[in-house]
Structure formats: structure tokens, C-alpha cells
Write a protein that binds this ligand. Structure first.
Ligand SMILES: *Cc1c(COP(=O)(O)O)cnc(C)c1O
Length: 476
């Protein structure tokens, strides 16, 4: 690198000391309410980035600051506004108008109010997390969930861990470490966000034995692979994709029959693992956790925050013998769930004791099952509110489209829905998208055919008026 030229050195000299600028901001009227460490940190970041732009700028990607940019008043204002922004929460509410009901990036399932109440009630103070009140003795935290899961799935025993990836890891480590696990090549999936089944398998210490081909696997493929090293056979739900055409897969009950001949257990990773039949929604091909248990799976694993509609968790259910083995593994302690999750999961599971309650009170199920006509009436309400707000240059119309389940659940299902399609005379659809995304609250929507579509299926009744305000405020 060449030594800096005179002009560069001149600019660098204009940059104040961190403490000097931070002190000035902190002692000003507007800055006095801000914590000192936030002001200092923000000041250091700003000055570092200015120094970098002076030294490295001018190559077209970053512009070189002018002496005016380095004026004390200008710098103080910049520090103030960044420090104020740094005081806002990072994790915040957004309005999901994408129509993707279980969007991993947006926190998957919105919790039922029953679950929220349970968290507030138990986590704000002390609770009987690991204590049996009747006997006055120590107990395990799993007891709060086990009977419920068993009732809802028909399993003999159950437990919950941090998420379904953890559930799969733990089951493999506890039952198959150092031995072989037989999996069909058609089921060696990647879920996204780097959950690849073969990687989880090797982390658990189990050896993967792939059988069959991508599109077809037969029972004899499995039986030929069984040997003295076989610890289990695993069936994995092809969550986020479908193989169509010339395909063949072995039904769970046939695997179970084969397994019992050879004393090899069968584990099914259900992914979403619904606890209610989704057939009424026209979502075929999904079986419930109870179906898998009834068809003989020794263990099933599934997520708490996909179709179940509760908090992030991974549920392991099945025969007592195998659940005991899993529970006793040292990793179980590392992957255990916290009291807030237990409170939310217990309350969500309780809703399933009465399936009608589950459909009406669990937001994910309610959104998935809401008739298109009812979504349309929400779209019309939003349209009326926007009409009243009289946003200049904005055109909008209610339009039919399709929503999807998301979260690797029901990948091929298309749910008829209604959207409010927005167009602006001076802004492109993607500019409109960016405006709404940067708004307060941020609104996430999808661009289609030069329009911004707000899918009302994933927008709650209580959000409509703030949605209308956010649209108005981010455009005008
Ligand atoms: C989603 C999914 C997982 C991972 O579950 P998380 O709860 O996200 O950890 C594992 N297996 C299958 C089949 C899945 O669909």
C-alpha cells in the first residue's frame, strides 16, 4: 500500500478522538438519557468506518467523506441517531403478509394465547419445574409433558428436547452410536439452514447405510442391508420436497414387520408431525404422530413449532424401552428444554385434547384452515381502511392467489387465498416491498407480476389497522 497522500492525511486529522466526541454527545441535552457505553460504542464504530472510507474509499464502492461530513455537529448528530437506533430492540414484531404460515425466518408458529399466558404465569416467578408437589420431592421436568404426548400419540413414553434436529441427533446417539442406521436414498434430505441428515448422522457417531435409489427403494433393499451391526432403520419425512413419477417407497408397517423379524427398531422422523388429521384441509399424504405409533414405529420425532403450532421443541415419543435409553444419554442434558418452552408446549398440547379447540385456538391451524372467503373479508377491511387513509399515488385491489404452509410442511399444498395487491405510480413493486419492510412495524409481503401482494391469510384480525397505518406511513 502507498503511504496516504496529503489530502488523505488532512481528512484523517479532522477525525476527532472517540472519547472527545462521545463525551460531547453524552453531555448534550439529547444524548444525556443514553447509556454511556452505547454512545461510546456507536462513536467508535462511526469513526472507524469514516477512517476506512477515507483510506480505502474512492474505488467506486465507498465514497470518500468530505470535510463537511467530518464537521463536529454533523458527527454528533450521526452518533445520536445511531445510538438511538441501537437502543431499540433487535428482535421485534413484524406483520407477516407473505401467506407462508410457518415461516422459519419469521419465527414459525405464532403461539396460542393459552401458551403465552402459561409462560407469563410460570416463568415470571417460581414454578414446580422439577418438583412433585404432592410428594414434596424432586422430579423430572419431562413429567409435565409426557402424559399429554402419550395421550395424544398413543405412545408408551415421551420426552421433549430443544428442537427436532436435536431429537434426531439424540435418538441416533443413544441407540445407534458406533453402529449402522439404514436409510433410503430417497430420504437423505436437507431441511434448509444446514440440517443435512447425513451430517447429523455422523455427529451422532452412527454409520449411515444408504439403500435403494433416489426414486425407488424396496423392502428387499432394507432386508439385504440388515446385518449384525444394524442398530435401527430410519424413515424420514421428505418435508420440503416431493419425488413424483416412477417412485416406490416402503410403507412404515412393512419396515416394522421386517424390523421385528430381525429385532431391529424402526424410527420415523416425521418433521412436522401433525397431531390432528389434515385430510379435511385436502392435505393428503400426511399422517399424524398417532398413525405412526399405531403402525408400529418404535420411536417418532417431530417439531413443536411446525404443524403442531407451539414453541420451538423436538418431541420424541414411542416405546418406553427406547425412550428410557434416550433419556439416559448424556446429550439429553445438553439438549434439554427450558421452563418457558415447557409452559408453552404443555398449554399447546392441552388444546389438542379437544380437537375443536386445537383448530380454533392454535393460530397456525386456524390460519391453515381458514376458508378463502373469510380471508377475503379481511382483505376488504384493509382495502376500506386504506381508502380512508387516502395514500397518494397508491392503487390497490383485492385479488385471489395461493398461500402455503411453509416450514418444510406440506410443500405441494396450495391454499386458495385473497391478497390486497398494491401498485404505486412512482415506486416499483420491489421499492414498495423495501419501504414496507423498513416500516414500523415492518411488513413482509411478496412481489408478483409488478405488484406487491399482501396475503391476508397470515395477517391477524388485530393487525389490520396497524397494517393500514404502516402502509400509509411508509409510502407518504
Ligand atoms: C424440520 C425438520 C427437521 C428439523 O426440525 P427443527 O425442529 O427445525 O429442528 C428434521 N427433520 C425433518 C424431516 C424436518 O422436516
Amino acid at each position: 500500500m502507498n503511504p496516504p497522500d496529503e489530502k488523505t492525511r488532512e481528512l484523517l486529522r479532522l477525525i476527532p478522538q472517540v472519547n472527545e466526541l462521545a463525551e460531547a454527545v453524552h453531555e448534550s441535552d439529547e444524548g444525556s438519557g443514553l447509556p454511556r457505553r452505547v454512545v461510546v460504542d456507536t462513536t467508535r464504530q462511526l469513526l472507524d468506518s469514516l477512517r476506512a472510507s477515507i483510506l480505502w474509499g474512492g474505488d467506486g464502492s465507498v465514497s470518500v467523506p468530505t470535510p463537511e461530513d467530518l464537521d463536529a455537529g454533523t458527527l454528533a448528530r450521526k452518533v445520536l441517531s445511531s445510538a438511538r437506533a441501537a437502543m431499540q430492540p433487535n428482535l421485534k414484531k413484524v406483520i407477516n403478509a407473505t401467506g407462508v404460515v410457518l415461516h422459519t425466518n419469521f419465527g414459525r408458529a405464532p403461539l396460542p394465547s393459552d401458551a403465552l399466558d402459561a409462560v407469563v404465569e410460570t416463568a415470571g416467578g417460581y414454578c414446580n419445574l422439577e418438583y412433585r408437589l404432592a410428594e414434596g420431592e424432586r422430579a423430572t421436568r419431562q413429567e409435565h409433558l409426557e402424559r399429554l404426548v402419550c395421550m395424544l400419540t398413543g405412545a408408551g413414553a415421551a420426552m421433549a428436547v430443544n428442537n427436532n434436529a436435536a431429537a434426531v441427533l439424540l435418538v441416533l446417539a443413544a441407540i445407534a452410536r458406533g453402529r449402522e442406521v439404514i436409510v433410503s436414498r430417497g430420504q437423505l434430505i436437507e431441511i434448509g439452514d444446514s440440517f443435512r441428515l447425513p451430517d447429523i448422522m455422523s455427529q451422532s457417531g452412527a454409520r449411515l447405510v444408504e439403500v435403494g435409489t433416489t426414486n425407488r427403494t424396496s423392502l428387499s433393499d432394507y432386508s439385504n442391508a440388515i446385518g449384525p451391526e444394524t442398530a435401527l432403520m430410519m424413515k424420514i419425512h421428505p418435508s420440503n420436497f416431493r419425488i413424483v413419477g416412477y417412485t416406490g417407497d416402503v410403507p412404515l408397517e412393512d419396515l416394522v414387520a421386517l424390523g421385528s423379524q430381525h429385532f431391529v427398531p424402526v424410527v420415523e422422523d416425521l418433521g412436522s408431525g401433525s397431531l390432528v388429521d389434515l385430510e379435511p384441509l385436502g392435505m393428503s399424504g400426511e399422517h399424524t404422530a398417532a398413525d405412526s405409533i399405531a403402525r408400529g414405529a418404535d420411536l417418532v420425532t417431530f417439531s413443536g413449532d411446525k404443524l403442531l403450532g407451539g414453541p420451538q421443541a423436538g418431541i420424541i415419543a414411542g416405546s418406553s424401552e427406547y425412550v428410557e435409553a434416550v433419556r439416559g444419554h448424556p446429550l439429553a442434558r445438553a439438549l434439554r428444554i427450558g421452563k418457558m418452552t415447557i409452559a408453552a408446549l404443555e398449554a399447546t398440547l392441552r388444546l389438542y385434547l379437544d380437537p375443536e379447540k386445537a383448530w380454533s385456538r392454535i393460530p397456525a391451524l386456524r390460519m391453515l384452515s381458514e376458508p378463502a372467503e373469510s380471508v377475503r373479508s379481511r382483505a376488504n377491511r384493509l382495502k376500506r381502511l386504506l381508502g380512508r387513509a387516502e395514500v397518494p399515488g397508491l392503487e390497490y385491489a383485492v385479488t385471489p392467489d395461493v398461500s402455503c404452509a411453509g416450514g418444510g410442511s406440506l410443500p405441494t399444498s396450495e391454499i386458495p387465498t385473497y391478497c390486497l395487491g398494491l401498485r404505486h405510480e412512482a415506486l416499483s413493486a420491489s421499492a414498495l416491498e423495501a419501504r414496507l419492510r423498513g416500516g414500523d412495524p415492518p411488513v413482509l409481503a411478496r412481489v408478483k407480476d409488478d405488484r406487491l401482494l399482501l396475503d391476508l391469510r397470515t395477517v391477524m384480525d388485530t393487525e389490520i389497522s396497524s397494517l393500514a397505518e404502516a402502509i400509509g406511513a411508509s409510502i407518504t
